[in-house]
Design a protein around this ligand. Structure first.
Ligand SMILES: Nc1ncnc2c1ncn2[C@@H]1O[C@H](COP(=O)(O)OP(=O)(O)OP(=O)(O)O)[C@@H](O)[C@H]1O
Length: 319
């Protein structure tokens, strides 16, 4: 993982670290079970909440933030329930997915309004501090309507951080950002995590989560499908059965030859060509050209099938 240098102010450890606990948490809307019996613990540092659309990430974040009551189970911050607990709201910030910021306000005015909502003793100083933390001081007096997507997003992070919470929850913070803005936001999350805050952000992109967080929680169809460090999750996602469509100058001979290859777990031959199942993606794609060459066969097409993120996630749930 890339190490990102932090400014002295941002790197300074904040007050006592916080732990968010979910114990058997479920949430349903009528007949729809959005979150199903999730148990997890989040401590200081950056954790990624990975899952396809509709997996229940937003519902989970809203329960963590105390905006939504669990239908069953408990969400606690340092032992206190988050639901209907103003004491908890002071120690937690949420950057929601929807980007609703008044474009006629400046970043300073927007963050200051958030500081006043929290009834902070010195709202002006708190707003300036939060804006400095997200590196928006230079642009703080310009209207939000003139900002790039990344700047608007950082302004929203500043508003969520204005009361200096120990826990920051972000719903899809990288959505719609270009690579440069993405990198900037990643650096910010790293800095906040390194300073001892408990940071959780949701995403449906594995690479995004890998670059920011050491720990990953994977949600699929409301359930926690996997959790651990990103290397373990990556291994789970890649060491699964892969299906390839193969077309060659002699499919029948290639089918016979492939049966002897250790990475191949199944071969089907029909009029359209070969369907090959392999346990190890890399080993198979390296072996195929060698096998073909050894038998004087030319491979015309090799297409991985069923590689959508949704299918990877479903595999994890079934595993
Ligand atoms: N207020 C609601 N009423 C009814 N169903 C809801 C409501 N909010 C969410 N759902 C349903 O709950 C499930 C989980 O939704 P949720 O928004 O939590 O998932 P998500 O992982 O955040 O997805 P996305 O990234 O698309 O927002 C979905 O099936 C969704 O349609």
């Amino acid at each position: 993982m890339t190490t990102i240098s932090a400014s002295p102010e941002a790197a300074a450890p904040t007050a006592a670290a916080s732990t968010l606990d979910l114990a058997g948490v479920s949430r349903w809307y009528g007949n729809v079970v959005a979150v199903n019996d999730v148990t997890m613990r989040l401590g200081p540092g950056v954790t990624g909440l990975l899952g396809p659309n509709g997996a229940g990430k937003t519902t989970l974040l809203h329960m963590m933030a105390g905006f939504l009551a669990p239908s069953r189970g408990a969400v606690t911050l340092d032992g206190e329930p988050t639901w209907r607990n103003p004491g908890v709201y002071r120690r937690l910030g949420l950057v929601s997915e929807r980007e609703a910021v008044h474009s006629f306000l400046t970043a300073y005015e927007f963050v200051l309004a958030s500081a006043k909502l929290h009834r902070l003793p010195d709202p002006e100083a708190a707003a300036r501090r939060a804006i400095a933390l997200v590196e928006m001081a230079d642009a703080q007096d310009r209207r939000i309507g003139t900002y790039s997507k990344g700047m608007r997003q950082r302004t929203r992070v500043a508003a969520a951080l204005v009361h200096d919470p120990q826990v920051l929850l972000l719903d899809e913070p990288f959505n719609g950002m270009d690579p440069r803005q993405r990198l900037h936001m990643m650096q910010l999350l790293h800095r906040l995590g390194d300073a001892g805050r408990t940071i959780l952000f949701s995403s449906h992109i594995l690479e995004e989560v890998e670059q920011v967080s050491g720990t990953v929680q994977v949600m699929v169809a409301g359930r926690l499908a996997a959790s651990g460090d990103f290397r373990t999750i990556r291994r789970l996602m890649t060491n699964r059965p892969h299906v390839f469509a193969v077309r060659s100058t002699d499919d029948r001979a290639l089918a016979v030859a492939l049966m002897a290859e250790v990475s191949v777990t199944g071969v089907e031959l029909d009029r359209a060509g070969l369907t090959v199942r392999a346990g190890d993606y890399g080993a198979f794609t390296r072996a195929l050209p060698k096998i073909a060459l050894a038998h004087g066969i030319r491979v015309r097409q090799l297409t991985p099938e069923d590689e959508s993120l949704e299918s990877v996630f479903s595999y994890l749930v079934e595993a």
